[in-house]
Design a protein around this ligand. Sequence first.
Ligand code: ACO
Length: 428
Amino acid sequence: MSNKAILEFNGKKYEFPVYTGSENEVAMDISVLRSVTEGLITLDVGYKNTGSCSSKITFLDGEKGILRHRGYAIEDLTKKACFLEVAFLIIFGELPTKEEFEKFKVDIKKNSMVNEEMKDIVEGFPKSTHPMGMLSSLTSALTAFNPGVVNVNSKEDMYNAVTKILGKFPVLATWAHRRNNGLPLNYSDNSLDYISNIMQLMFKIPTEQYVINPIAIKALDELLILHEDHEQNCSTSTVRMVGSSGAGLFASVSAGVSALWGHLHGGANQAVLEMLEEIQKDGGDVEKFINRAKDKDDPFRLMGFGHRVYKNFDPRARIIKKAADDLFADLNLTDPVLKIAKHLEEVALKDPYFAERKLYPNVDFYSGIIYRALGIPVAMFTVMFAVGRLPGWIAQWKEMRENGEPIGRPRQLYIGEPLRPFKEFKER
Ligand code: ACO
């Protein structure tokens, strides 16, 4: 493989270095393009071909359907590790030793209280607020109660910032649900593991004991592992971009939450379930909805299908589909919506429209069905995604700051009006 690329422009030839990643991915380094060519830039709307950074965190191969964190296969991580273990791996680069892991868990628990005054902010939201809007605002509000600047060159400062946000974020996430439902805002229970605590924060009511269901906890743990990181997706790129200006971890994560909210990204898990319910209400005719998705005059898309990077089966979707089957069998549940999802997948995968465009179920296709089986309301689906993605956002923010990356500032091709004389009111 050549280690340089040659570009011809305006009769001149320019050479650019080509770098090879550890999995043989290749990238042409155009960092001096504009200066050597006196003004030429690349145009890549939606960044389909643009590498924004070099990273050691996650490798994915969309053609082969591979996903690995720090070199470990997602299939192994979901089977053999728990959510916080994978979080430690993603954030710090290696699986924790037993001692490191025990300390990590204790340090997160020490940070599981949120300033009482944050409750006043929560109470200020109308009950109808979407929990993602609340979560983004509350995460940003944490900066007011934690004004200290993290010294990114201090390992201790970084570690403290990591455990602080991992401790507080699930509290804020679940408070959004409590506020929506007029329930008192719960405190963490530090006798519980991370995932069980999230469930009790969300569902425990003062008048009753909350009984932890280990099958449900295991399923949620696995589901959240699958969401932990996914390299430079929309929300993660947002976190890195915001952080590149020098903004702190809470502010950057708050921006990531907003980016995740959209229905083309994390918001798709809510959209999938709403779509499946609509199909069910409509009588269950999946072909009708598939035809709508294929119709270019209809804005409807098959939610939970297609991915910017995976042009093969999303490996996370495979694991989630099995997890959904296992959970339903273990809890002896049935859900007509699961049947519709399977039927929809089967019909879509056989359809040339989806095959030609390499549209496969993505991570959001079956996740909502699991959340629903666990009693998590639809409006909270994307919030759960955010809780799962938090370690990835932290790791990417940390990597970007530790590498001392420059501020993210893309260029543009201006296609507006050239200079023109100012028009007075009477001339307009
Ligand atoms: N249903 C119907 N057609 C689709 C779908 C879909 N879900 N997804 C893509 N297509 C079609 C497009 O219309 C386009 O067709 P054309 O070539 O005839 O114009 C072609 O497939 C390529 O689609 P693009 O939108 O160009 O692909 P892009 O990489 O920009 O978008 C995306 C990827 C946003 C995920 C898209 O597939 C989509 O909208 N899917 C539904 C929403 C969804 O599930 N999002 C979650 C993604 S996973 C995540 O973010 C966590």
